[in-house]
Design a protein around this ligand. Structure first.
Ligand code: FAD
Length: 467
């Protein structure tokens, strides 16, 4: 057990918190979205929260932690859904929220520290030169840019720009390693894949350079259909319209919008209406309205037509994992899945699964650009009954050609491609030789022989100690 009192002393001058209640608070994220993770991770807590405000302080913290063999789990705002920012072996929570300086804004790009809140970043770049991030998670109001890069995948804007995995959507990352004498590395090009979506297991991001797009006063629109598959077909057709500048297209099946989009409910006719959540550039509204009329959709809500948006959330806070959040807040028995419906027959695949599950798995899709083609990812809600049934629902999706990125697992591999990411593993061998960064999240590090096809879930041995 590392000597945390000695560590605290050696970190003098840097903000350190050891009050157990406050440390526990910063040891949690949105893991409770999953009934399975909720049971597994409920008792997870760290020993110290260290809040550096500069790269020098990060380097010093890692140097001290390395010397004492103390685990370090980085944290932005803790809005991840899979326990990404939870310290499975205890140790230091490295809270990066205080590293929030924007360093430069130029045509097409911004350089900043990792702790900047995404909505703040967009506000600053818009005020500076009418620019904004290409896409952001629906948690933009609370999440940090560093946490998004290390733990997220895509979001509002991915209909045009794809995801974080796409070359060009991150320009440069500066990373501090976990060694006796930490190094600072600048990563560009393909090297970015070593640390993006690696949950901070192989380096601490201390500076990011992100590309920007022109900013607009995006119009929020809800389009209604009486049949969910009509809403899906409309969304697919809309996403293929080359001339309409879109930022968000998300069909959500009835009765979810009427039951859980409380502030928008007055605009809906009844529980039977499925809704497409859309964000579109203001200059595209006229042709868009013409397209909706041709597609026999019903425009239920337009943010540019309401008297006041006071109290009405942004459309993107109805989408992505906010859809799940809105349902969960009212009915805690809901959970969700993350599904890929590969193109070109993604709409048919959605239709098949809607037919199989009906209201047990209410549909929610996000249309995105994936490898230059339009396809949809799903975050369907699941009316949870048991772990066995959830596993069965996952299997049925996979049997129908729809891979699941399992949000009920805390490891990179099980939540992702179910295979070792050799690039990220090799980088960890170089940057974190003692395996102290966010332990338990990379199976390949702890158990190189783990068989992903054996049908068994990985259980990190370190978790047992948490009781
Ligand atoms: P955290 O949760 O604090 O951290 C995420 C991961 O990054 C952790 O593994 C952490 O250890 C690591 N990390 C944090 N900072 C650093 C750093 N500086 N260096 C190295 N590692 C670091 N995700 C999406 O991709 N798209 C969405 O649209 C989306 N919508 C969401 C909606 C809701 C309601 C919720 C609850 C979650 C959603 N998420 C989404 C997941 C999550 O909000 C985002 O990925 C978010 O960007 C994470 O940012 P954060 O600052 O909260 O990171």
């Amino acid at each position: 057990m590392p000597d945390y009192a000695a560590i605290k002393k050696e970190l003098e001058g840097i903000a350190v918190e050891d009050n157990p209640a406050l440390v526990r608070q910063k040891s949690r994220d949105f893991f409770w979205y999953s009934p399975i993770l909720k049971a597994q991770l409920e008792n997870v807590t760290g020993d110290l929260v260290v809040s550096p405000t500069s790269e020098e302080e990060v380097i010093h913290t890692l140097r001290v932690a390395y010397a004492h063999g103390a685990p370090v789990t980085p944290r932005g705002a803790g809005t991840g859904n899979y326990g990404q920012a939870m310290p499975l072996s205890g140790g230091i929570i490295l809270n990066l929220a205080g590293m929030d300086k924007i360093k430069s804004i130029q045509p097409g790009k911004v350089v900043c520290e990792p702790g900047v809140i995404i909505a703040q970043l967009d506000k600053q770049t818009k005020a500076h030169s009418g620019q904004e991030l290409r896409f952001h998670p629906s948690t933009a109001q609370t999440a940090t840019i560093g946490g998004f890069i290390a733990g997220g995948s895509g979001g509002v804007g991915s209909i045009t720009w794809g995801g974080l995995r796409d070359l060009g959507n991150i320009l440069r990352l500066r990373v501090v390693t976990m060694e006796a004498e930490p190094q600072v590395l600048d990563l560009t090009g393909w090297d970015l894949q070593k640390v993006s979506h690696a949950y901070g297991t192989n380096g601490i991001i201390t500076e990011v350079e992100m590309p920007l797009a022109p900013a607009y006063d995006w119009v929020d629109v809800l389009v209604g259909y009486d049949d969910f598959m009509d809403a899906v077909r409309f969304s697919d057709a809309l996403s293929h319209m080359n001339g309409l500048l879109l930022k968000e297209v998300a069909p959500v099946a009835a009765p979810i919008p009427y039951d859980y989009f409380t502030r928008h409910k007055p605009y809906l006719r009844d529980r039977g209406q499925s809704v497409v959540v859309i964000m579109i550039a203001p200059h595209a509204m006229d042709p868009f309205a013409a397209f909706v009329a041709q597609q026999k959709g019903e425009i239920l809500f337009r943010s540019d037509m309401v008297e006041s948006m006071k109290g009405i959330p942004h459309a993107y806070e109805l989408a992505w994992n906010h859809t799940t959040l809105r349902a969960l807040k009212v009915d805690p028995t809901f959970t969700y899945l993350q599904v890929q419906y590969p193109s070109p027959d993604h709409v048919a695949k959605v239709g098949k699964l809607v037919e199989i599950f009906g209201d047990e798995v209410p549909g929610h899709l996000e249309f995105i650009r994936f490898d230059a083609a339009i396809q949809c990812a799903g975050l369907p809600l699941v009316r949870y009954t048991s772990e066995a049934r959830l596993e069965e629902i996952i299997r049925i999706h996979e049997d129908n050609g729809c891979p699941i990125f399992n949000p009920h697992r805390y490891t990179l591999e099980e939540g992702g491609m179910k295979q070792t990411d050799r690039t990220q593993l090799a980088f960890k061998q170089q940057t974190d030789p003692k395996g102290l960064l966010n332990p338990g999240k990379m199976i390949a590090w702890d158990n190189p022989d783990f068989d992903f096809n054996a049908g068994k879930n990985y259980l990190f041995p370190g978790l047992a100690a948490m009781g």
